[in-house]
Design a protein. Structure first.
Length: 142
């Protein structure tokens, strides 16, 4: 598997999200939609499209990072449900969504993808949100 030096974040993901920072394997992003607490993990390896493209050890590392992000969202948001999914219909680059859902959110019980118009974070709340997530995830720069 090719390493970090050849990794490039898909432009669609880069345009729809804010970088929180890097874990050992994955770049962690905050989707720019304030309606939903929504993280995206992107393994920093070139050419990945599917979970099966990862060797067993790297797949386990990704699962550990998914668990870490899910637990942070659970602690911070107290959701009714955590949605975790690896879709690739729009963006082929391997990425995993971790979304804290509440029974009263605007899309419940439907999926969040394509639901209504996204509500980008305002500058102040975005800065606070990114700082809180960096600290909770223990990502340098918090």
């Amino acid at each position: 598997m090719r390493g970090d030096a050849e990794f490039a974040l898909d432009p669609h993901l880069a345009g729809d999200a804010h970088a929180i920072g890097d874990l050992e394997l994955s770049r962690v992003l905050l989707m720019d939609d304030a309606r939903f607490p929504w993280l995206v993990l992107v393994p920093r390896r070139a050419g990945l499209r599917e979970l099966i493209d990862l060797d067993a050890a790297t797949r386990q590392a990704l699962m550990s990072e998914i668990d870490r992000c899910a637990r942070v969202l659970h602690t911070l948001e107290h959701p009714d449900k955590l949605n975790i999914a690896a879709l690739g219909n729009v963006v082929a680059q391997l990425h995993v969504h971790v979304i804290a859902r509440r029974a009263h959110d605007i899309a419940w019980p439907r999926p969040v993808w394509g639901f209504g118009e996204r509500e980008p974070y305002a500058t102040g709340p975005l800065s606070v949100r990114l700082s809180t997530l960096r600290q909770a995830l223990e990502i340098p720069g918090a």
